[in-house]
Design a binder for this molecule. Structure first.
Ligand code: C2E
Ligand code: MG
Ligand code: MG
Length: 695
């Protein structure tokens, strides 16, 4: 061969995945052409010492074929070296029947092999196994580069197997695996073990699939160096999703998507441990929605659920990374604020929560105002373990509820005693009605112009056997929470109507009696029917009964409120809005309700002559009342200067200590007589407003 020709020949042999070789009779390699052996890390020098009959050498896969060829046969077979499949032709070299050695040619199997050859059948069988396996079989170089992927990868991950060859495994990992990618890579490629690894890889369509992979390192070299990694991977997406779903259900509230009680406890435990380590403070909030039960009962569970979801969404708005907001069940939410410096930081968060919750919620087309009662406890100041933290936050929450809700309270040690008192109180309350411990007190409402009585407000008291006479704010919140307000409210209505009727029969000129209502009563089933029944039973004319509602009744469920108010109005009952100015009523609202009277809340009246804001609001309410042709009564009038201010702004109707404190029945009757006597020209009818709305 000319040297040019030989060069071409060599270059060809080096570039094709094949090798031609001869050996001596001992199987020691003599001549080789092709770089294949070099690729296995065998240099020329080693090659000359290596025998394909040596069962311990890297070329040991040649052994069975070599033994067979030495018997004089030509052998055609397949063998695997370094994870690659080769076809081998091996023939004896003979000279005058004397065996001199072997000559062979070995070609990587990507080159067409005649599959009819019987020796190929076994290999084809393996190929078929890989081809038809539902698992993915992949091979990688020790550097994690894919050298083979079985066709099932197309079905599972959407890739054509060839497109993966030459690409690093890394490329297909889910980005969320973050730091874990390195560990994962090591488990699959660098140090495969018997352990199966689960991880997510990218599907060709961009989604992610969970695989469970078991990989094996193959080493063929004498130095035990890994030459190839074979992985078998299974699609476990469905199983993982079920697992994740179960995990989710165990840890999250399915209604709001917030962590549930179990996860909350876990987070609190961790947060406490973290706080101990970093020498900071932690605030735990318990949040309970005021009057949630009423909403649930009146608007239905669907609206209740909607409300809980909206509350969760609003609460999430203030959360920083690391804060936990959880739903413990019902209308109870909790917040863990980690790493704060002082309780003042928690107060800021509480203010923020109140602010976030203040706009009305839209539920099934209704606008509803829902306020929270918030209890806060600070770790480590208030307690050094989880149990006491949970208890303290709960106690503080009940305290804010007891204050009427829509506020927050920090836990203080004396609360435990008070919480106990509350519990006892609540227990006693349940029996107060049957034990006839409730009383009605009466406070007159006066027309400044004539000094005549234009009405009397009935105010509830509880004659507690040990604690004496209790005011409504000391027990009404409990009755609202527990639902006791309904029977108690019925009692108040009955008693008030009875009293008003009795006074008439005792010869007093008829006086309108005002009764306060709770939202829960107002939205209860057949409330109007109950009022009508009470009037019928007591014989009181409907026009002598006034029902006091608050703005929250109107905001709660506009459609229902309108309906109920219209029915009451049709019954002939008078309607007033108590504590007016403290809620959300807009002028628009008022127009659609058949109310007769606005009662200016006493907070605006208190400093009417000194506080410009209070004065402005009072003035605005008076003006609003006049423009809507409603009566306006100012509550809580205690001083002459308040009277002067009110009169000068056109409000003649007042109620307050300046005229009389609320009095028990045996004192109010003489009071009325006395007042009537002083105003002998009193003509009841002319002072009573007729209903001006056209409803
Ligand atoms: P309210 O309906 O706004 O009643 C007026 C409150 O102001 C009464 O307090 C009354 O005693 C007080 N008050 C009257 N004049 C003055 C004054 O000049 N100065 C001051 N500082 N206060 C004055 P009370 O009796 O403690 O009632 C408090 C609240 O409890 C009532 O506010 C009402 O919302 C509620 N309430 C009273 N009775 C009932 C009832 O039978 N049912 C329901 N659901 N709530 C009731
Ligand atoms: Mg009132
Ligand atoms: Mg009031």
């Amino acid at each position: 061969m000319s040297s040019e020709l030989e060069l071409k020949h060599r270059s060809l042999c080096n570039n094709i995945p094949a090798v031609m070789f001869t050996t001596d009779a001992e199987g020691v390699l003599k001549q080789t052409q092709g770089s294949f052996f070099q690729q296995l890390g065998l240099n020329q020098e080693t090659l000359e010492r290596i025998s394909i009959l040596d069962e311990h050498s890297i070329l040991s896969p040649f052994l069975p074929a070599a033994k067979s060829a030495l018997t004089g046969k030509t052998v055609r077979t397949h063998l695997t070296i370094s994870g690659k499949l080769f076809s081998l032709w091996l023939s004896p070299i003979k000279e005058q029947n004397k065996l001199l050695g072997l000559s062979g040619i070995c070609i990587e199997s990507a080159i067409e092999i005649d599959s009819n050859l019987p020796e190929n059948k076994l290999q084809s069988h393996y190929d078929l196994l890989a081809e038809y396996s539902t698992d993915i079989i992949t091979k990688y170089t020790p550097a994690g580069i894919c050298t083979y992927a079985s066709p099932s990868i197309n079905k599972i991950l959407g890739y054509e197997p060839e497109t993966l060859v030459g690409k690093p495994l890394f490329e297909y990992f889910h980005p969320d695996q973050g730091k874990y990618r390195k560990k994962l890579y090591s488990k699959i490629i660098e140090q495969p073990s018997d352990e199966r690894v689960c991880y997510r890889v990218k599907h060709a369509n961009g989604s992610f699939i969970w695989l469970e992979t078991h990989s094996h390192a193959i080493n063929y070299t004498e130095t035990n160096e890994v030459t190839e990694i074979i992985s078998v991977s299974r699609d476990i997406t469905e199983r993982k999703e079920t697992e994740e779903r179960l995990l989710y259900l165990a840890n999250f509230d399915s209604l709001t998507g917030l962590p549930n009680r179990a996860l909350f406890r876990d987070r609190l435990r961790r947060a406490v441990a973290r706080t101990q380590r970093n020498d900071k403070k932690l605030a735990l909030f318990f949040i309970d929605l005021d009057r949630f039960k009423t909403i649930n009962d009146s608007l239905g569970h669907h609206a209740g659920d909607q409300l809980l979801r909206s509350v969760a969404r609003r609460l999430k708005q203030f959360a920083r990374k690391g804060d936990t907001i959880a739903r413990l069940g019902g209308d109870e939410f909790t917040v863990i604020i980690d790493a704060i410096d002082s309780a003042a930081d928690a107060a800021i968060v509480a203010e923020k929560i109140l602010e976030l919750m203040s706009p009305p919620f839209k539920l099934d087309g209704h606008e509803v105002v829902v306020s929270p009662s918030i209890g806060i406890t600070v770790f480590p100041d208030d307690g050094d373990n989880m149990r006491s933290l949970l208890k303290n936050a709960d106690t503080a929450m009940y305290r804010s509820k007891g204050k009427g809700g829509n506020c927050f309270e920090f836990y203080t040690p004396d609360m435990n005693a008070k919480a106990y008192e509350s519990l006892v109180l609540e227990n006693n309350l349940r029996h107060a009605l049957e034990k006839e411990e409730f009383r009605l007190y009466f406070q007159p409402q006066i027309d400044l112009h004539t000094k005549n009585i234009i009405g009397i407000e009935a105010l509830l008291r509880w004659q507690h056997p040990e604690q004496g006479l209790l005011k409504p704010e000391q027990f009404i919140p409990f009755t609202e929470e527990t639902g006791l307000i309904e029977p108690i409210g019925e009692w108040v209505l009955q008693e008030a109507c009875n009293a008003a009727k009795k006074w008439q029969t005792q010869g007093l000129a008829p006086i309108r009696i005002a009764v306060n209502l709770s939202l829960r009563q107002f939205v209860a089933n057949n409330f109007v029917g109950k009022v009508a029944k009470t009037l019928a039973e007591t014989g009181l004319d409907a026009k002598y009964l006034e029902l006091e509602i608050t703005e929250s009744f109107l905001a709660h469920n506009v459609a229902q409120a309108t309906e109920t108010l219209k029915e009451l109005h049709n019954l002939g009952v008078q309607l007033s809005i108590d504590d007016f100015g403290t809620g959300y009523s807009s002028l628009n609202y008022l127009k659609q309700f058949p109310v007769n009277t606005l009662k200016i809340d006493r907070s605006f009246v208190r400093d009417i002559s000194t506080d410009p804001d209070g004065a402005t609001i009072a003035e605005a309410i008076i003006a609003m009342g006049q423009s809507l042709r409603l009566n306006v009564i100012a509550e809580g009038v205690e001083r002459e200067e308040q009277v002067n201010f009110l009169r000068s702004h056109g409000c003649d109707w007042v109620q307050g200590y300046l005229f009389s404190v609320p009095l028990p029945e045996d004192e109010i009757v003489p009071w009325i007589r006395q007042n009537n006597l002083q105003n002998s020209q009193y003509e009841q009818k002319s002072f009573w407003p007729e209903v001006v709305n056209s409803h």
